[in-house]
Design a protein around this ligand. Sequence first.
Ligand code: Y39
Ligand code: FE
Ligand code: FE
Ligand code: FE
Length: 230
Amino acid sequence: MPELAVPLELDFTSETYKSAYSRINAIVIEGEYEANSNYIQLADILTDNKEELHRLAKMENRHMKGFQACGQNLQITPDMEYAKEFFSSLHDNFQIAYAEGKVVTCLLIQSLIIEAFAIAAYNIYIPVADPFARKITESVVKDEYLHLNFGEEWLKANFETAKEELEAANRANLPIVWRMLNQVEDDARVLAMEKEALVEDFMISYGEALSNIGFSTRDIMRMSAYGLTA
Ligand code: Y39
Ligand code: FE
Ligand code: FE
Ligand code: FE
């Protein structure tokens, strides 16, 4: 039987939908909040790009407010404690790298991995979102492509010196994304977002970014394989 792009019945007011939404909405709000603070921190080390990074940080703050409105519109309370825990591994790795002055690792975590994750999640969500959230998410996802592009451009310009650190950071952080996808799978399915579609969209954005930065197809295959062991 062919799969339907939009499920016939998606009741945004059902307790099942609202329960799953209280966690996914919280994840997105927490993600946007942490993205805001990550770009503010990056602006402090990448002083040549200070203004641009502050602009990106402001966008993340706007995204957070937009998604808070989506939760209010569906009358749910986001489970922020759950979301903080969901992001804790990537958050800790970003903060450790930041403390060590490893800007390449910070950029891989925020501007490649988290942005590609956001792009996948938002693209898969848009066709199945309630009309209010769909409008907001459509405008947010456009910004996320700009954020991914910032990371790509910077890392491309610094590829030779960044290559080794990127490989190590990929190895340490890609398995975390896979664990996060596994953790969110059941709630995502309630929202009619399939894990397989999320994985596919994530790997397309992330792989394209690695290619634009300067990695060979062979490198990208090898680096992508680290996700599979999670
Ligand atoms: O750069 C950004 O705006 C990223 C912080 C936002 C992260 C969004 C993470 C979405 C994961 C949701 C999983 C839903 C299936
Ligand atoms: Fe964002
Ligand atoms: Fe972003
Ligand atoms: Fe599955």
